[in-house]
Design a protein around this ligand. Structure first.
Ligand SMILES: [Zn+2]
Length: 340
């Protein structure tokens, strides 16, 4: 897929702004301005935290969300608080495929807001493609379909070794969905009916990536994409390091790799989908924000080093990669990127 005009999201924003002016004259603009000034004062005073829920929806994800989502693993080392998660929201996460659920029942059954657990508190993650190189990191990326604050953004971590390598679970959990009909579990905000109707009509299901979505049991879901073939089914309980399926290139991928994504159904931040992709696929324009998997994955062992005692990063039973360079956990040069 080649580069396309970069101004789609901006044009949408301008159209929306123009419609707003036509509808209510200049007062709407003034009111909005005042709202932001008041919000700014409150935020500066530390009275409230900024979340998109406080702003008129839909809005670009605030820059702070990107900074948080793209923070380096070093940032998490500052937190030493023990991991504690409320149990009710986790049960809700397992029970319902519905994604627009920033409301969860409290102990009295009332619906109350809930945001995602802090990624710094997540434990128990292992590398899902143990010897994989990072071929496309989480972050701004011209070739990705998603956007953050109007900037094209890769919403996961691409790892690659060779076609047919074994992909394992990054965390304990329960498989929510496996195959090509996984969108209800992927965190879309809005109706999937138009995209489903389009895929049925034009028989497009076979073009989609083979994906596994897992409830990690900690308020987050792991997304594994582009398998050639999978070895688990929905409802199955899995352990970190357990075999999930074979590395492939199903869906939009220029080479065999694993796209690993991580999000909480309770996150209030949103990522966008490029306007041209929304128009073509009829998918919703927003998805729940993803976090950088490097926030939860353990440090890579140095090339050639033996795994630490008790580490789940023991060598797999797969054959050796084609070259020694594949052992280096380096970011590949852009011309080696296998795509989304
Ligand atoms: Zn990817």
């Amino acid at each position: 897929m080649g580069p396309e005009p970069p101004d789609q999201p901006r044009r949408l924003g301008r159209d929306r702004a123009r419609r707003g002016r036509l509808r209510s004259g200049i007062t709407a603009g003034v009111r909005r301005h005042l709202t932001f000034v008041i919000l700014g004062v409150l935020v500066a005073a530390g009275a409230i935290a900024v979340t998109p829920a406080l702003l008129t929806s839909p809005v670009p994800v605030p820059a702070g969300a990107v900074a948080q989502a793209t923070a380096t693993p070093a940032a998490q080392a500052q937190s030493s608080a023990p991991p504690t998660f409320p149990s009710a929201p986790l049960a809700a996460a397992s029970a319902s495929p519905s994604m627009d659920q920033n409301q969860v029942p409290d102990s009295l059954g009332r619906q109350v807001p809930f945001d995602a657990p802090n990624p710094a508190l997540l434990t128990g993650y292992v590398w899902p493609l143990p010897r994989g190189r990072i071929t496309n990191p989480f972050g701004p990326d011209w070739y990705s379909d998603n956007t953050v604050g109007g900037v094209r953004f890769h919403d996961g971590l691409d790892l690659a070794t060779f076609c047919g390598d074994k992909i394992v679970a990054a965390h304990d959990g329960v498989v929510l969905a496996a195959g090509r009909k996984v969108d209800p579990w992927m965190g879309w905000i809005g109706s999937l009916a138009p995209s489903v109707a389009r895929r049925d009509k034009y028989k497009l299901w076979g073009e989609l990536p083979i994906v596994i979505v897992v409830d990690d049991g900690n308020g987050y879901r792991s997304i594994y994409a582009h398998f050639s073939k999978i070895a688990v089914k929905a409802g199955q309980t899995i352990r970190a390091g357990e075999f999930l399926g074979w590395e492939g290139r199903t869906g939009f991928a220029t080479g065999c790799h694993l796209h690993y994504g991580l999000f909480s159904p309770y996150a209030t931040d949103r990522f966008g989908l490029r306007a041209d992709v929304v128009k073509r696929t009829k998918l919703p324009a927003l998805e729940i924000a993803r976090i950088n998997p490097l926030l939860v994955l353990p440090p890579r062992p140095a090339p050639g080093a033996s795994p630490a005692p008790g580490s789940s990063q023991a060598p797999s039973s797969s054959p050796n990669p084609p070259s020694g360079s594949a052992l280096n956990p380096l970011v590949a040069p852009p011309d080696e990127r296998p795509g989304r």
